[in-house]
Write a protein of this length. Structure first.
Length: 291
């Protein structure tokens, strides 16, 4: 396949015609939506803060509207794409960059592939993507749980996922996912994007946000144990911390002693606890269970 011209990334009509003329369509199962607002794309890549020395991973490049912007800035780019039709076009659109060793495609499911790439090559400087709604929270949590943190990540996700990541204690969206994200990163929203910024137009709003690696980390004695503790605390949202923790520790005396030492009321629910309180509780439990 010889190099092809890119379709106009800002024109839903042209993108649709391009896919149809090549016997393709957008696939709902992969959560595919293209960001057709050029200013938003440029702003997102500006936030990524990259240059010709940067290494970047991009998830779900689609037909390459963001990919094109990243490569223009000279970065070394690895993309993760599951759709074979898109893969074929990406090879063609960015053939010159591939020849120079500045661009490559990892084919298949990013949830299955990212760890392998990381173990073979280490981490990129930046992690980026307009993440498919069905994998966004899973992918972010999976990297943190496997003790992998990026210097900087910029993601566009369903707004609800961003709200959960950034939620504060005692709010409806505060969850185990919020704890994980805020333990590992400093988070800040970048922009909200209504459905009309995408094609096909999704029924939900999106939010772009950035995650900056926390310098003071992991702030606890046993990170793997902390992750289990915080998951256990949120295992049943209607139950208080005493009940959820007792189910996990299997010892009500140890549970009560740890909660008392950490200064936590046994009757509160997990969503009342700050990340710092849960880190303290994890450390207290680590010490008690060692004895």
């Amino acid at each position: 396949m010889s190099a092809m011209n890119h379709p106009d990334y800002n024109s839903p009509a042209e993108l649709k015609a391009f896919l149809e003329s090549n016997g393709m369509a957008m696939q709902k199962k992969f959560g595919q939506n293209f960001l057709v607002n050029e200013q938003a794309r440029i702003k997102l890549i500006d936030n990524l803060d990259i240059n010709e020395k940067s290494t970047v991973w991009e998830v779900g490049p689609g037909l390459g509207s963001m990919t094109s912007e990243i490569l223009k800035r000279g970065a070394n780019l690895t993309v993760f794409e599951i759709d074979r039709g898109f893969i074929r076009f990406l090879h063609s659109f960015f053939e010159e960059y591939e020849k120079k060793g500045k661009f490559r495609i990892i084919e298949g499911d990013v949830l299955k592939n990212w760890k392998n790439v990381y173990e073979n090559e280490g981490l990129p400087d930046r992690f980026f993507g307009n993440l498919p709604y069905n994998i966004a929270a899973t992918l972010i949590a999976d990297t943190i749980e496997k003790d992998v943190r990026f210097e900087k990540a910029v993601f566009t996700v369903q707004k609800e996922v961003a709200l959960r990541a950034c939620a504060k204690p005692c709010s409806e969206d505060y969850s185990s996912f919020s704890i994980l994200c805020q333990w590992a990163y400093n988070l800040s929203p970048l922009m909200d994007l209504a459905g009309g910024n995408f094609w096909p137009k999704p029924n939900v709003d999106s939010r772009a946000f950035q995650m900056l690696k926390k310098e003071e980390f992991p702030c606890c004695k046993n990170p793997q144990f902390f992750m289990k503790v915080q998951r256990a605390l949120f295992s049943s949202r209607r139950k208080n911390v005493r009940n959820n923790l007792s189910n996990f520790i299997r010892n009500s005396d140890v549970t009560l002693a740890a909660l008392e030492k950490a200064g936590i009321d046994p009757m509160v629910r997990a969503e009342a606890l700050t990340v710092e309180k849960i880190l303290l509780l994890s450390d207290v439990l680590t010490d008690i269970l060692k004895k």
